[in-house]
Design a protein around this ligand. Structure first.
Ligand code: URA
Length: 204
């Protein structure tokens, strides 16, 4: 073929001067609203419901994990390099969680979340706290953190004496869960893809 400006599709075999050209592989990026009661693995030896039951495309894996009892934004991809970067502490991707907690959240609690609460392995500080509702026996609060230690948000509230009643990740980096219903997934928008690409390079 000698035409100029020919369109090449995924799976096409391209030869130049008799040699085969390797085309960059298109990756898949899906945002899943993980429901409560689903494990963040592609298979579970205990045969509990897993994200693989919700997204059946082969080759995908979850970027990080959410607890069995936590719902919300979970990125699934087959792009191992980007996944590694998004999870690396050096990149400090922001994650926002909406927590419904038992008890009345005080301004002292908010202060301690920002200052950082001592967990056994490190001081866990919230990058942002937004109080959504404070009632006599329960409160709702949005907490943004950079790390993703095991049960971090639950442990931060437990350290303040508040039991977490429900926890949802509303945002993972540039990806917001929006109106996506629990159990549903969607492709990322071009704008979200571009925003994710920025995480391929370390912050300046
Ligand atoms: N923090 C938690 O406590 N649980 C999660 O699933 C994620 C963050």
């Amino acid at each position: 073929m000698t035409e100029l400006g020919v369109t090449i599709d995924e799976g096409d075999r391209v030869e130049v001067d008799g040699g085969v050209v390797e085309l960059p592989r298109e990756h898949t990026y899906l945002l899943l609203h993980k429901p409560v009661g689903v494990v963040t693995t592609m298979s579970d030896p205990q045969r509990r419901s897993s994200v693989a039951d919700l997204v059946t495309r082969p080759g995908l894996f979850p970027v990080g994990r959410l607890d069995f009892a936590t719902s919300g934004a979970l990125l699934l991809t087959d792009d191992g390099e980007l996944a590694h970067r998004l999870l690396h502490p050096r990149f400090g991707v922001e994650k926002t969680y909406r927590a419904s907690i038992a008890g009345r959240l005080s301004s002292e609690d908010v202060h301690r979340l920002i200052e950082g609460v001592m967990l056994p392995e490190f001081r866990a500080a919230a990058a942002k706290v937004r109080v959504v509702a404070v009632r006599r026996d329960s409160s709702v609060v949005d907490v943004t953190i950079h790390e993703g230690r095991n049960r971090q948000v639950r442990r931060m509230f437990e350290a303040l004496g508040h039991r977490v009643l429900a926890l949802t990740r509303t945002r993972f980096g540039p990806l917001s869960i929006g109106a996506l219903a629990p159990g549903r997934f969607r492709e990322l928008t071009p704008r979200e893809r571009t925003a994710l690409e920025r995480h391929r390079r370390p912050p300046a």
